[in-house]
Design a binder for this molecule. Structure first.
Ligand SMILES: C[S@@+](CC[C@H](N)C(=O)[O-])C[C@H]1O[C@@H](n2cnc3c(N)ncnc32)[C@H](O)[C@@H]1O
Length: 269
């Protein structure tokens, strides 16, 4: 498998992904909302919105006068997001299943344009960021979050090694690596935004999953699910058993994710 299959991956991972967001709100939702600093009545564009964990909370803060457009390529992720919005009684989010490369939205129309763990899925990073920046109102902001060099370290590395050994000719593609070089990502953002007020923060988050089952579910609720698409059920069962055995033997019950959060604010005039 040379290409990363987003739709296939997140169709299988959606339910587990939603559970992870609930269990670890400090990993994505809380820092993202801190950067967004939502105000009552805000108009927000979120892509890709995933299971809606952040946009639903954001719209609780924006209140009924606010509005959000939330886009994701995965119908399964959007289904989870709609359920979350309904459970929270939030009605002013328009959810759209669409490839963000092709999505159209109004220019200079949003107080906040947000893309968490999404820019690296765009087929062309510059074009995507330019389109997002164009959607920001004067005085509004672009809020992004991308992965740094740790993505479920160390269990992801072990999983990928085992996956390649046990699955014939498995090709690994990791789209999130595109933006892990923060100098490169910042340069692209500066180019696209004209270098307006860029704020960067780096975080290393330790995720305590506590049991071997918890560690396996964490892998399977994220983009690493992609590599199981190329496995037979038996190969997957063998890898799962071996991963769990190693986690227990090494007493490895936590993993680190690093994130770079970047916010760019647009001048008023
Ligand atoms: C890691 S999740 C991030 C979701 C959410 N922003 C968050 O931080 O929880 C990545 C999401 O990107 C979506 N995705 C991947 N490629 C996409 C594309 N080309 N267009 C729209 N969504 C895409 C996936 O379906 C998945 O929901």
């Amino acid at each position: 498998m040379a290409e990363f299959d987003s739709r296939g991956t997140f169709r299988k991972a959606a339910n587990e992904y939603a559970k992870i967001q609930d269990a670890f709100p400090d990993v994505i939702r809380e820092p993202l909302l801190a950067d967004m600093a939502v105000k009552e009545g805000d108009r927000i564009l979120d892509l890709p919105c995933g299971t809606g964990d952040s946009i639903v909370k954001a719209m609780e803060l924006a209140g009924p006068a606010g509005h959000a457009l939330a886009i994701d390529i995965s119908p399964a992720m959007i289904e989870e997001a709609k359920e979350k919005a309904e459970a929270a009684g939030v009605k002013n989010i328009q959810f759209v299943v669409e490839d963000m490369d092709k999505a159209q939205f109004d220019a200079a129309a949003y107080d906040i344009v947000v893309s968490a763990n999404g820019p690296f899925f765009a087929s062309d990073l510059r074009t995507f960021l330019a389109k997002m920046w164009g959607a920001v109102k004067p005085g509004g902001k672009l809020v992004t979050m991308t992965l740094g060099r740790n993505f479920l370290t160390p269990i992801a590395g072990t999983f990928l090694d085992l996956a390649q050994i046990k699955t014939e000719d498995l090709r690994i593609s990791t789209p999130w690596s595109v933006t892990e070089d923060i100098t490169f990502f910042k340069e692209v953002l500066e180019e696209v935004t004209g270098g307006q007020r860029i704020k960067i923060t780096h975080r290393d988050v330790v995720m305590d999953y506590q049991t071997a089952d918890g560690g396996w579910n964490l892998l399977m609720g994220t983009a690493f699910r992609n590599y199981t698409l190329a496995m037979s059920p038996q190969e997957q069962a063998e890898i799962e058993a071996e991963m769990k055995e190693r986690m227990r033997a090494n007493r490895q019950f936590s993993a680190t994710c690093s994130f770079n959060n970047i916010t760019v604010t647009k001048d008023v005039a």
